[in-house]
Design a protein around this ligand. Structure first.
Ligand code: V07
Length: 264
């Protein structure tokens, strides 16, 4: 059975991109795809370029992958753009990174509006520089009534801090008597996370060969399929995205049939 599926997979991987897209669209598309966009620095290093050149190239990939995710009918695409750990990087690199949202949106916002994409953000906005906040706020405002794909940027995001903040709010409710300890359940915790209004990711992709979650959506990824690829983020293209979808569908078909009818 697995052998048969693998042969089918190989055949599909070799097909034309347009055929593969059409094929994938016949199957189950993950509602929410989350991506850890890793490998930009390494991509630059391999070319003797400064790290920022890798970040800039990575931004072009964001555009490419947003387009294909929208074409595939993905409902939510969450991209880990800046972690709470990233503040430890050299100041010049951080300054460069903080300019990317403005640059990205100054050229791409009209297309996002036209394609009915809604821009959202998770993470601690307050700590970002004013010009970064302004660019993101403008994009969120301009797309707030769009009801197509949600393009959700995780900026200054860390999952444990998100959980700490959620638990503090819940503790306050218990403290003031509006919530009983016994009434705390998973759905209450979910409802105090920054992703409360979004479906949980069905698929996590991490590029660049690292096989870790790095404090990204720990609660939300409890049941997600995990897809790790050695491709560096600037090299991640439409074919890589389609491949991740094909693998997702193969796993789901397998689990949907006999094995793993449970949830493991
Ligand atoms: C960043 C490019 C992608 C690879 C990962 C690191 C560098 C797009 C954005 C962005 C963020 C918010 C927004 C619009 C665009 C971005 C940062 C880094 C900090 F509303 N790419 N990108 N932001 N990189």
């Amino acid at each position: 059975m697995l052998d048969k599926l693998m042969r089918k997979k190989t055949a599909m991987s070799e097909g034309l991109l347009s055929d593969r897209i059409a094929n994938v669209k016949k199957g189950q598309i993950p509602a929410h795809v989350a991506i850890i966009m890793d490998g930009n620095g390494r991509w630059a290093k391999q070319r003797n370029l400064p790290r920022i050149a890798g970040h800039h190239e990575g931004m072009k990939t964001v555009r490419k992958i947003t387009r294909i995710a929208n074409d595939l009918g993905i409902e939510v695409l969450t991209l880990y753009a800046f972690s709470t750990e990233n503040w430890k990087r050299p100041k010049l690199e951080i300054d460069f990174l903080m300019k990317l949202p403005g640059e990205f949106l100054s050229t791409y916002l009209p297309e996002l509006i036209e394609k009915n994409v809604k821009v959202e953000m998770i993470g601690n906005v307050e700590m970002l520089p004013e010009h970064t906040k302004k660019a993101i706020r403008k994009a969120m405002e301009a797309t707030k009534d769009n009801d197509g794909m949600t393009l959700n940027f995780a900026m200054n995001y860390g999952s444990r801090l998100e959980l700490v903040e959620a638990l503090k709010k819940i503790a306050t409710l218990v403290d003031d008597g509006s919530l009983q300890v016994d009434d705390i359940d998973e759905s209450i915790i979910s409802s105090y996370l920054m992703t409360a209004h979004l479906p949980e990711p069905d698929l996590l992709i991490r590029t660049s060969g690292e096989v870790r979650l790095s404090n990204f959506m720990l609660w939300q990824l409890a049941y997600a399929e995990l897809s790790f690829t050695s491709v560096l983020w600037p090299d991640f293209d439409e074919a890589c995205m389609i491949q991740a979808m094909e693998e997702f569908q193969l796993r789901h078909r397998r689990f949907g049939s006999v094995e793993g009818e449970g949830t493991i």
